[in-house]
Design a protein. Structure first.
Length: 74
């Protein structure tokens, strides 16, 4: 029997809460993958954000810190 088959067999014996914990752990072991299109979209957005900040657009961090509690409360 292969290791994968042994693991699959063992998983069938887990309780529901253990299966959920295993699923969370397995998901944490993989790196998120972006499609090439999503990666390019992200990079364009970051470039735009950098241009905006360099142009003086944006909100000072002190203002953001002051406003965050009101956003969370909604």
């Amino acid at each position: 029997m292969s290791t994968l088959a042994e693991i699959q067999e063992a998983v069938t014996r887990l309780r529901v809460d253990e299966k959920k914990a295993l699923l969370l752990w397995l998901n944490s072991q993989t790196s998120p993958e972006l499609s090439a299109e999503d990666e390019q979209r992200l990079l364009r957005s970051l470039d735009e954000a950098i241009r905006d900040v360099n142009a003086g657009k944006g909100v000072p961090i002190e203002d953001v810190r002051r406003l965050v509690p009101s956003w969370v409360a909604k």
